[in-house]
Design a protein around this ligand. Structure first.
Ligand SMILES: Nc1ncnc2c1ncn2[C@@H]1O[C@H](COP(=O)(O)OP(=O)(O)O)[C@@H](O)[C@H]1O
Ligand SMILES: [Mg+2]
Length: 256
């Protein structure tokens, strides 16, 4: 049976002590779609990402990737299946260069990270791949910069590059524009759009900037207090009165 579903979560729940961070969430992600998840602070978006990427186990429920039950797989195994994730907390090596950071990521994909001896031409091919990735995230010319010396906006590009180096089919972005000035946002969003569309990838995007969400999403899921409040196209969500009463002032103020 062919299916256009890439990821499916069924009845996911995550509790922290008495707190229901994610409360019986079922969500279906279709292939080649930009699927945004929005909701006020504390709604459970990052926790849901942690459950989808395997950073923590759910208290209840299951996650399926291309029909395979991955609920108990750790993050690195999910990454090998094709699920990439960017973190709000950065996972770059600050005292390595841009090229070295990306090269290590391409090498990890190649499965060579534990081999002591490599053929020189393999090594060169990792560097070539890394250079392709660096171009894709608009960091050409910055190869020799130490990651720690990059301005914030370029660190975010480097994070995208590290994720892209693993050539994921499904990309999870958690607030990729966090901490960026408004002028820096369009370029990063362009890069994300390109990364997703060029290779017909699928993306799940948590983002608080409503202008960004409304312009790039195919589908939007709204979370509130650990639960799904609504789901639909950007125009359906914008005109949803339940969504508006839940947090109209906070988010839709930016839309006006
Ligand atoms: N590791 C954790 N331990 C305890 N509580 C947590 C943990 N992670 C998140 N929470 C709580 O779960 C709720 C949802 O948080 P989170 O998923 O980060 O929301 P969002 O990303 O939508 O802002 C919040 O009340 C938060 O304080
Ligand atoms: Mg969050």
């Amino acid at each position: 049976m062919t299916t256009d579903i890439i990821l499916e979560a069924k009845n996911l729940t995550k509790t922290f002590g008495g707190l229901m961070a994610v409360d019986d969430v079922s969500i279906t992600i279709k292939k080649k779609i930009m699927h945004a998840i929005i909701g006020p602070n504390g709604a459970g978006k990052t926790t849901l990402f942690n459950l989808l990427s395997g950073v923590m186990p759910p208290t209840n429920g299951e996650v399926f990737y291309k029909g395979e039950n991955i609920t108990n797989l750790p993050p690195y195994k999910r990454a090998h299946l094709g699920i990439g994730r960017s973190y709000q907390i950065t996972n770059i090596f600050p005292n390595l260069t841009v090229l070295e950071n990306i090269r290590l990521a391409t090498q990890a994909r190649g499965g060579d990270n534990f081999k002591l001896f490599r053929k020189a031409d393999d090594f060169q091919s990792y560097i070539d791949q890394a250079r392709e990735v660096i171009k894709a995230v608009d960091l050409a010319g910055k190869e020799a910069f130490l990651a720690q010396n990059l301005p914030h906006g370029e660190k975010r590009k480097l994070e995208l590059g590290i994720m892209l180096a693993c050539d994921p089919e499904l990309l999870l972005f958690d607030e990729p524009t966090a901490g960026m000035s408004s002028e820096q946002v369009p370029e990063l969003i362009d890069i994300i759009n390109r990364i997703v569309q060029q290779h017909e990838r699928t993306a799940i995007l948590v983002e608080h900037r409503m202008d960004v969400v409304m312009s790039i999403s195919d589908v939007i899921t709204v979370m509130n207090q650990g639960r799904i409040l609504a789901e639909g196209t950007p125009s359906e969500i914008a005109s949803n009165s339940q969504v508006q009463t839940a947090y109209l002032g906070d988010l839709y103020g930016e839309l006006a």
